[in-house]
Design a protein around this ligand. Structure first.
Ligand code: ADP
Length: 542
């Protein structure tokens, strides 16, 4: 079976007795209940890798409940020189879940740090600890009568902080989560607590309001990196609008995609469509509902033929070959005017139909809403979890392969056709979504597979090959599974990897013992750097 080359715990110099001594010290600091070992750690493995892939199961999971306990964990890790792998809810599914990049790392899971520290209706933000899930935040805002709409991704069980630190997305006007967090508190590898931006000034009143602070602006350093453990963050929210208008743009055929994106681009740059829209292909839309399994669509060999998926989506869902959901928010007159302008511009493309329904922001008929109508209004939902059952009617797995491309029809068509060919080439279905930002797209191929080792291995292999193939065309991933994280980093090689050498210099300075998430984003501690990076040397030399 093919898996990414990786260091073992022994190669890391992590002898069993040192790990055991550290475990005892963690128990002493946190209490036995906050240290999970044995079979229960499986919940913190990659839920979608076959059970035979033991390396993705952590040896123990530590659940500190306070900043002081996080500091204690970090100090013990330094003392015993054992690696930690931090997450918040730890549901980074499709990218490895909670599984550490370096086998043998202790997972630090922050679900118990789930306090909502502030809700500020006046200025439109909340302040949360890292374990706060979207579900919890939504329930809290409604319970206290707040009118804020906090942005949510597709599944409400993830954490506000974890998703943002991994550059995740949601679907309101604040869908770009890494730009929506503002003002961090971080436990450094030394065990010290630091506050970024204006938070470094005692008593500053605008900590969670000004993203750039008083320079240098460091917040980006703590996203998709391994320089600290974030223990608190501000999160900007939408104010409840007078009118909320969820819309669909329905494309009758695959051939309409290019012209559609070229017509959409000026609307995105001008801000006429303000939220983060997403466009599903027919098979993706069918799978995402969780209502059907693929053999109700197609029982033949290989991938579902595009024509059959399109016919099914049209008949059962009234959808087209591709379908973009987006929303308009604001005073009613503004919403109506924007909708008219968007409809006119998009329907000028032959084969496109745009429809939308306005709702009063303070009286949403939530019970009648579908998943898209909910998440674009900041209402969390869990129905998409059923999508992995689409393939065989039972719990399967998925890899989320997410590539960044310019918002042009040409690039959209190129990545769509290439990824489709590779995924269908291994007998799996092409179910995909474009996430639509003002100037770029994220092409998200959700590659659903059965949890049998051969089918999973084919999916993992295909993703690894695609990373390199797309790299040659000038496209990169925006987020990567732990399995091919280093491979993605190896493509960022400008000037003999100047970027990676810079992040390594920071790593060595702020985390000299290399205890924080070794290997995250291809950043390895000095003592194992050469060994860890050697599998990628061939790519680097090119
Ligand atoms: P989710 O909450 O959506 O389940 P995770 O908790 O799995 O997301 O976090 C996703 C990734 O973000 C982690 O793998 C880790 O790299 C990073 N991360 C999450 N929480 C923290 C944190 N508190 N401090 C530093 N990095 C974090």
């Amino acid at each position: 079976m093919s898996q990414t080359p990786r260091l073992t715990a022994a190669e890391y110099g992590l002898e069993a007795d040192r790990r055991y001594a550290a475990l005892e010290a963690f128990r002493g600091a946190l209490g036995h209940d906050a240290v999970i070992t044995g079979d229960a750690t499986r919940e913190f493995a990659d839920p979608y890798s076959p059970t035979e892939w033991e390396y993705l199961v952590p040896p123990a999971v530590l659940q500190p409940a306070t900043v002081e306990e996080v500091q204690a964990v970090v100090r013990i890790a330094n003392e015993f020189e054992v690696p930690l792998w931090t997450n918040s809810q730890g549901r980074n599914n499709g990218y490895g879940g909670s599984a550490p990049r370096l086998p043998g790392s202790f997972v630090v899971n922050l679900r118990r740090m789930n306090r909502i520290l502030e809700v500020n209706d006046e200025l439109g933000y909340v302040v949360v600890e890292p374990g706060v899930s979207y579900n919890e935040l939504y329930e809290h805002l409604r319970a206290i009568g707040s009118t804020l709409w906090a942005d949510v991704p597709d599944l409400g069980w993830g954490s506000v902080v974890g998703n943002a630190l991994e550059h995740g997305t949601g679907y309101t006007r604040f869908g770009d989560h890494a730009s929506t967090i503002c003002g961090l508190e971080v436990v450094l590898a030394s065990g010290e607590v630091m506050r970024t931006g204006l938070g470094a000034m005692e008593g500053n009143l605008a900590w969670h309001l000004v993203r750039h602070g008083y320079g240098p602006s460091l917040e980006g350093l703590f996203t998709q990196s391994n320089f600290g453990i974030v223990t608190r963050a501000g999160y900007w929210c939408m104010r409840q609008p007078e009118t909320y208008m969820p819309c669909w743009a329905i494309l009758d055929s695959n051939d309409t995609v290019e012209a559609f994106f070229d017509a959409l681009r000026p609307l995105m740059i001008d801000g006429l469509v303000e939220n983060l829209g997403s466009m599903f292909n027919a098979a993706g839309a069918i799978g995402a509902t969780g209502q059907w399994t693929r053999d109700e669509v197609y029982t033949g060999e290989g991938a579902i033929p595009q024509r059959l998926a399109e016919e099914f989506a049209k008949r059962e869902l009234g959808l087209g070959a591709w379908n973009m959901r987006f929303a308009i928010y604001g005073p009613d007159a503004v919403v109506q005017a924007k909708f008219a302008a968007v409809k006119e511009a998009l329907e000028a493309v032959p084969g496109v139909m745009v429809a939308g329904t306005p709702y009063p922001g303070d009286d949403l008929p939530v019970d009648t809403f579908d998943q898209g109508q909910k998440v674009m209004a900041g209402i969390p939902d869990m129905s998409m979890l059923a999508a992995t059952k689409f393939r065989r009617g039972r719990e399967g797995g998925h890899l989320t392969f997410s590539s960044l491309v310019p918002l042009t029809g040409r690039d959209a068509a190129q990545i769509r056709d290439l990824v489709r060919e590779r995924v269908e080439g291994i007998g799996l279905d092409y179910t995909s979504t474009f996430l639509i930002f003002p100037r770029h797209l994220v092409h998200v191929a959700v590659i659903v597979f059965d949890l049998d080792p051969d089918e999973a291995a084919r999916a993992y292999d295909a993703c690894r090959n695609l990373v390199s193939e797309l790299g040659e065309l000038g496209y990169s991933e925006y987020r990567a599974h732990v399995d091919y994280m280093d491979l993605v980093t190896s493509l960022f090689g400008y000037n003999n990897h100047a970027l990676r050498r810079f992040t390594e210099t920071i790593k060595d300075a702020v985390d000299p013992k290399g205890i924080l998430s070794p290997g995250k984003q291809g950043i390895w501690p000095a003592r194992i750097r050469e060994a860890a990076l050697s599998p990628w040397a061939a790519t680097s030399a090119e």
